[in-house]
Design a protein around this ligand. Structure first.
Ligand SMILES: *[C@@H]1O[C@H](CO)[C@@H](O)[C@H](O)[C@H]1NC(C)=O
Ligand SMILES: *[C@@H]1O[C@H](CO)[C@@H](O)[C@H](O)[C@H]1NC(C)=O
Length: 195
């Protein structure tokens, strides 16, 4: 979390400085990490983490890096989405796609596989630039945004905010809607692959 907060300060500093010479158009969307916002709830300020091909609020990022000569492994402890939010920011060739599976669960593909369950929503995730905060969201199936649903082991799993989601407790009313604040991440991919 500290690393993400440090990186979001950069655009603010840059805004106060003379315009830097940039090779990229200013409109290029950034890579980003996500922090949940819902004041007064147990998930307020929780970091969104990738683990087990799904996403969670709290817990920790689950990643893997092969020990192969020539690969310098990044720390792999931070969950970062690639620009636009429909893929992960990873080094593994082929990348990892992000989608919403038919139960409503926000999901990512295994490395070296393009396999996505039939009936999933692909391409419905988006990055919404804003000042001071940008957001990550989902639109599809009558859903708008995300919700966090409690699990048996006291975690919160991330779902598209749809009434007919199949959630761990069996009751969508147990889920907490949240705003997904997108925090700009700069630098090399933070992981080889998420697992
Ligand atoms: C990730 O690991 C690095 C190196 O061990 C550490 O410096 C950094 O604080 C960690 N970041 C997070 C978000 O846990
Ligand atoms: C959930 O509802 C939406 C909107 O009515 C529909 O498009 C979608 O197919 C439904 N999904 C399931 C799994 O029933």
């Amino acid at each position: 979390m500290k690393a993400v907060i440090a990186s979001i300060a950069l655009p603010l500093l840059a805004a106060a400085a003379p315009a830097p010479v940039s090779t990229a158009p200013a409109s290029n969307p950034p890579n980003f990490g996500v922090m949940a916002i819902h004041s007064g709830s147990p998930i307020h300020y929780a970091q969104m983490n990738a683990a087990g091909q799904k996403f969670w609020l709290g817990g920790s990022t689950s990643s893997y890096c092969p020990s192969i000569d020539g690969i310098v492994c990044p720390p792999g402890n931070q969950t970062v989405f690639a620009a636009g939010g429909n893929a992960m920011d990873v080094e593994v060739p082929g990348g990892q796609q992000v989608y919403v599976d038919p139960t409503g669960a926000l999901s990512f593909t295994q490395a070296h596989s393009a396999s996505i369950p039939a009936g999933s929503a692909v391409g419905g995730l988006f990055y919404e630039p804003g000042k001071p905060w940008s957001h990550y969201s989902f639109k599809g199936w009558g859903a708008q945004g995300f919700m966090a649903c409690p699990t048996d082991d006291n975690q919160y799993q991330v779902f598209a905010a749809m009434q007919n989601a199949t959630v761990p407790s069996g009751n969508v009313a147990d889920c907490i809607g949240f705003s997904a604040m997108a925090l700009t991440y700069k630098g090399d991919a933070p992981t080889w692959q998420y697992i």
